[in-house]
Design a protein around this ligand. Structure first.
Ligand code: TXA
Ligand code: MG
Length: 319
C-alpha cells in the first residue's frame, strides 16, 4: 500500500529521483512523473496500464513556463490562459523538442495545463521540470477524486499519494486545441462550452471524422464502473423495469424513497450542477463497491456542466 500524506518535500524528492507520485488537482487526482525524464514517464504508462498511443497532459506551476515547452502559440490561447489559468483548461499546442514523443504519443502537439490546487502548485514551485500526469486510475476505469480512491485503485503499485482533500471540481479538465486562431473542443470538462465561448467566441467541436488526434475522451467507453451501468431518461421508470434486482441509484437531486432501491446517492440535494460534478465519481466508486446488480442514473439537461456530466455518464454506460 502507498503512504498517504501531505509532505510536499517528500513528494518532490521522489519525483526528482524519477519516481511516480499521485497528486491532487482541482479536477481529479493525477499520477505524476517528471515530464522531461522518459524513464519516469514510462512508469506512468506501466502503473496505469495505459496504451502508449495515448498521450499525457503536462502540468506547469507558472503561466510563463508555457513557452519553455510549446511554440507558435496563437493569441486566442493567451486570452484563454488569462481567463482560466490556473484552472481546469488544457491546451493542445505545438511542442518544443524538449518534450519527448513518449509524452505526446508521437503527436506534434503537447497538452498543457496549470492546475488550480494549492498543494500541487507548491509542489511544482519546488521542481525544475513539469509534471506529466494522467488521471490516477487504471486505464478505462473511474477517475479518482480522493486520495482513498487512488489508494484503492493503484495503491499497491506506488509509494506515495500526496493528499489534497477531495477534488473541488470532480471532473477532468476541458481540452481545447486551435485551428486558424479558432478554438476546437476535444474533451468536455469542468469548464463549459458557454464559458469558453464568452471568452473566445464560437468554438468548433472536434469529431472523429474531422480530427485525428483522438483523446481518450473521444473513445466510446471510458470512466466506467465494473457494475452494469444504465443511463436513462426517466429514473423512476427505469427502476421499475429492474425491480427484483439489487439496484443502486445515482440521483441528481432528491427523489422519493422506493422499496426497489438498495443504495442511493444524491449528488446535490439542492440540484446544483457544480456540487453534482464534485460528487459524481465518488458516487460511482461507492456504488461500484456495493456488489449491486445494476447502477442507474438519469441524464442531465444538456447544457452547461450538464453536457460534461452526460458525456462521462454515457461513456460509463458503454463498457
Ligand atoms: O483534469 C485533468 O485533465 C486530469 C488532471 C490530472 O490534470 N488529467 C487527465 O489526464 O484527465 P488523462 O490522461 O486521464 O486525460 C488526458 C486526455 C487523454 O484523453 C489524452 O488522450 C488527451 O488528454 N491528450 C493528451 N495529450 C494529447 C495530445 N498531445 N493530443 C491529443 N490529445 C491529448
Ligand atoms: Mg483519464
Amino acid at each position: 500500500m502507498a503512504t498517504i500524506g501531505n509532505d510536499i518535500l517528500k513528494a518532490a524528492e521522489l519525483l526528482q529521483k524519477g519516481e511516480v507520485v499521485a497528486i491532487p488537482t482541482e479536477t481529479v487526482y493525477g499520477l505524476a512523473a517528471n515530464a522531461l525524464n522518459e524513464n519516469a514517464v514510462l512508469k506512468i504508462f506501466e502503473v496505469k496500464q495505459r496504451p502508449h498511443y495515448n498521450p499525457l497532459i503536462i502540468h506547469i506551476g507558472n503561466k510563463n513556463q508555457l513557452e519553455l515547452y510549446t511554440q507558435n502559440i496563437p493569441n486566442i490561447a493567451y486570452k484563454l490562459i488569462d481567463a482560466f489559468w490556473p484552472g481546469p483548461l488544457t491546451l493542445l499546442l505545438p511542442k518544443k523538442s524538449i518534450i519527448s514523443d513518449l509524452v505526446t504519443a508521437g503527436f506534434p502537439d503537447v497538452a498543457v495545463r496549470m492546475p488550480n490546487h494549492k498543494v500541487t502548485l507548491e509542489l511544482l514551485s519546488n521542481l525544475d521540470f513539469p509534471l506529466a500526469a494522467p488521471s490516477a486510475n487504471p486505464f478505462g476505469y473511474i477517475s479518482p477524486t480522493t486520495s482513498q480512491h487512488v489508494q484503492n485503485q493503484i495503491g499497491e503499485k506506488i509509494e506515495y499519494i500526496l493528499d489534497g482533500g477531495a477534488c473541488q471540481k470532480g471532473v477532468e479538465s476541458t481540452i481545447v486545441g486551435f485551428e486558424n486562431n479558432r478554438v476546437v473542443l476535444y474533451r468536455l470538462g469542468a469548464i463549459t462550452i458557454e464559458e469558453l465561448e464568452n471568452i473566445a467566441g464560437k468554438i468548433l467541436l472536434a469529431n472523429k471524422e474531422t480530427h485525428t488526434p483522438k483523446t481518450s475522451g473521444m473513445l466510446p467507453y471510458h470512466y466506467a464502473p465494473l457494475t452494469p451501468f444504465i443511463l436513462c431518461e426517466n429514473i423512476l421508470l427505469e427502476i421499475e423495469k429492474h425491480s427484483g434486482k439489487k439496484i443502486g441509484v445515482i440521483s441528481f437531486s432528491k427523489i422519493e424513497k422506493n422499496e426497489n432501491i438498495s443504495e442511493i446517492v444524491i449528488l446535490s440535494a439542492e440540484g446544483k450542477l457544480e456540487e453534482a460534478a464534485k460528487n459524481l465519481y465518488s458516487a460511482l466508486h461507492l456504488l461500484d463497491s456495493k456488489k449491486l446488480d445494476v447502477i442507474i442514473a438519469q441524464k442531465f439537461e444538456e447544457k452547461g456542466l450538464g453536457k460534461t456530466l452526460n458525456d462521462r455518464l454515457i461513456k460509463a454506460s458503454k463498457r
